[in-house]
Write a protein that binds this ligand. Structure first.
Ligand code: PMP
Length: 289
């Protein structure tokens, strides 16, 4: 595959970054993931806005404009002949002497590293769409600024790997203090009660998902549905009519069991199916190619 690295397109085996890069040493980097269907991207503007916000929260500038990012994403899609999948992008603070206190980029002679690559994935017809996901709930061991999209993903990676070895498709984190579900390893969480679609409020333990927000807007515009922001625990999720997860890669995907216990009779619920359909229709109407 072809990787974008600091203004150039290089073969993936030649895309190299310094071992002194702060992304490598400290997890000092921000990332974004934009999905691709039928060779086009959608919701790229909110993704670029979140990228800029994440960078600002860790005191990094945007290394190039939002428009330049979008242009580059489309070039990554094009050069990799990506019809369906995701474009991953990461911006690090750059390489420098290994110190906890970083100087400003200019003082320290550091230059941000910008990397983008493509991943071919089945998004529209992934196997979990029919069956729904089997999710394990685990204590949220991550750091306390999960509202920032940093590459500090070890908590999620360790927890998801352990759950996968037990046969689960994914994990939902539970705040050890409040016992409320925060979010998934890389998705936002929803339950459905009657005609109300509920997702936890946004705070420092939850990434403001772009898909979450789009689904919120779809629910608010949909006939007969209401959106509510409210925290819920495992028992409430098990008692719910339906549950689902959202992300750029999952779109809207049903959750049919939690900790081995069934939700909505182990079937993907009708409101989940309806929202997934509406989400994909909306995406197809807004493709940037
Ligand atoms: N939470 C976390 C921790 C994530 O990594 C992701 C995926 N980026 C999400 C939620 C969903 O966000 P989005 O809908 O923007 O992909």
């Amino acid at each position: 595959s072809t990787v974008y690295l600091n203004g150039e397109f290089v073969p993936s085996d030649q895309a190299k970054v310094s071992v002194f890069d702060r992304g490598f040493l400290f997890g000092d980097a921000i990332y974004e993931v934009v999905s691709v269907i039928h060779g086009g991207i959608f919701d790229e503007v909110p993704h670029m806005e979140r990228l800029e916000r994440s960078l600002a929260k860790v005191g990094m500038p945007m290394p190039m404009s939002q428009e330049q990012f979008v242009h580059t994403i489309l070039e990554v899609v094009d050069r990799n002949e990506l019809d369906e999948g995701v474009v991953y992008m990461q911006i690090t603070r750059g390489a420098g002497d290994r110190t906890f206190t970083y100087n400003s980029l200019v003082d320290a002679g550091m230059t941000q590293n910008i990397v983008m690559f493509a991943q071919h994935l089945n998004l529209l017809n992934a196997p979990a769409i029919e069956s729904g996901l089997s999710i394990k709930t685990v204590p949220d061991i991550r750091w306390r600024r999960c509202d920032i999209k940093t590459v500090q993903l070890l908590g999620a990676s360790l927890s998801k790997t352990a759950a996968a070895r037990e046969g689960y498709n994914g994990i939902w984190f539970v705040d050890p203090d409040t016992h409320m579900i925060t979010e998934g390893d890389s998705n936002n969480t929803f339950i459905v009660q009657g005609n109300t679609v509920i997702s936890p409020g946004l705070h420092r333990n939850v990434l403001p998902g772009i898909t979450r927000n789009v689904v919120k807007e779809i629910v608010e515009a949909a006939e007969g549905l209401e959106f509510e922001e409210a925290d819920f625990g495992v028992d409430a999720a098990l008692a719910a009519d339906e549950a689902f997860a959202t992300s750029a890669g999952l779109f809207v995907t049903g959750v049919t069991s939690l900790d081995g216990r069934p939700i909505s009779g182990s079937k993907v619920g009708p409101i989940t199916k309806r929202l997934r359909k509406l989400y994909i229709e909306r995406a197809l109407e807004h493709l940037t190619i």
